[in-house]
Design a protein. Sequence first.
Length: 544
Amino acid sequence: MKQTIILGNIITMDEKRPFAKAAIVKDGVFAYIGSAEEAKRLAGKDTPVLDYGGNFIYPGFIESHCHGHLAGYRAIGQADLTKAGFTNYPKYREIIKDFIAKNPQRDFYLAAGWVENDEYVSKTYLDEICADKPLIMQTGGGHSLLLNTKAMEWAGIDAEYAKKWGYDLVHVDKNGDPDGYLCEGPVFEIIPKLPTSVEDIKEYLLAWQDIAFKSGFTAVGDAGVEVVHRDAPQAYYELEQEGKLKLRTYAWMYVTDNIADPKAEIARIAAQRAQMSGEYFHIIGPKAFLDGVTEAHTGWQNQDYLDEPGYHGAERFNDHDKMVQLIVEADKEGMSVHVHSEGGGATHYMLGCIEDAEKITGNLDQRNVLAHLHFVTDEDVRRMAATGSVPAVPPLWTPKAPGMYEQEVGYVGQELTDQAYPIKSFFDAGATTVFHSDYPVSPMMDIKLSIYTAEKRDYPKFVLGGVTSPRNIKEAITREQSLRAMTINVARLFHQEHRLGSIEFGKIANMTVYDCDFLHDDIEKVAQANIIATIVDGEEVFKA
């Protein structure tokens, strides 16, 4: 039996015992929570001690919606365009050229983190950087690609391809030939075809695990584990078998738009769950895209875009009967359905599907997830709670960012733009609300800044040079609500609240240690908190 004493200011997220000074961990599980004196008496004088002094110990934080393979890939396998800040095409060119110069052995190049603006670029821009090998540039949001000529040849993108998908998704020049810009469906068809081996993916996932631990996360939800490559589940499985995977990963498997046979798809996912799921990698359902994103002009809105009457965005998985069947079949297997639902129209559609599915299943606790939720009506906030659905909200996206804010106003109007990203309303309605970062699709995954932005609806002045301003401040929430949205609420989403999410007797001993009291310290101090350690199964996996 392995035993350790943990000492520090423990914030448990257990309503019955919210604070403690010590815990005893036995074989990776909490065996006692209480006073330091009693812990030392019960454990014995020779028991090893992890003493964090005056620092603050929280339940291991949990990220509800991220993309592990993509995170590792962007960290070590791609040119990182986020270093350029907001849209900066000359800087993008420098970053890509530098990456190519440092990786001459590669046959294929990918750059990610591109932020679009009104300046339109085509394949010519990339051909000028690299003409002899395929080069693809992907937006930070992941829903748009720009390909050079060689990459278009590799992907088979020609006039017939553009006609098949439609010119909103595959842009063409005045001659009707694809100009290199793609968005939505074609993107998610092409990305999984990128040349990658299982061993490559394992390397990326280990890089991602390091990022997560250094960021204070002990468990994550991988939202569409197959989105980047179909072999990612196999890579996760092999890493667990090799004893290398310690980041508990709850995975939703990618479902293509309007899947032909939802019943067969759930059977496929259930078979993979039976074959691959273990303690550290566990498959919990399907993930589908309902729409795109507003900044790419593809979020599915409740109304037409102001700059394009008659068009309300890209409807991706929009077959009501198939979605209802997907939800019903998932319920039979004890699984939830996770959807990308950015625009208000997508959310309204999905809640209707869930309501109809619940009439069939009778299960009001399936915990289906709607992620992103840029625009949501008051009616749909209430429906979210009434159906037991889980809103996954992004506090880090709430501030008014120059350029992007004005772009939203131009697309959907100022009134709707100023009502973006409700959070408090979901809590008030009684929904099990969780935070997400969507990392690395969104470049920030930060516990302390999530707490800050959830309260202030703005970034601290040291982020982005203080150029942002608050948005929709009436949707600000309390510190305790923020902590719940990154701990016990996410555990409940995964149906793991009996094992994770709080520091309680019998639960897995996952903890995150900071030098800051997130509940009581000044909010400006919270914004600059330092992580001290990340603990999984009672053992330090990261120490600052």
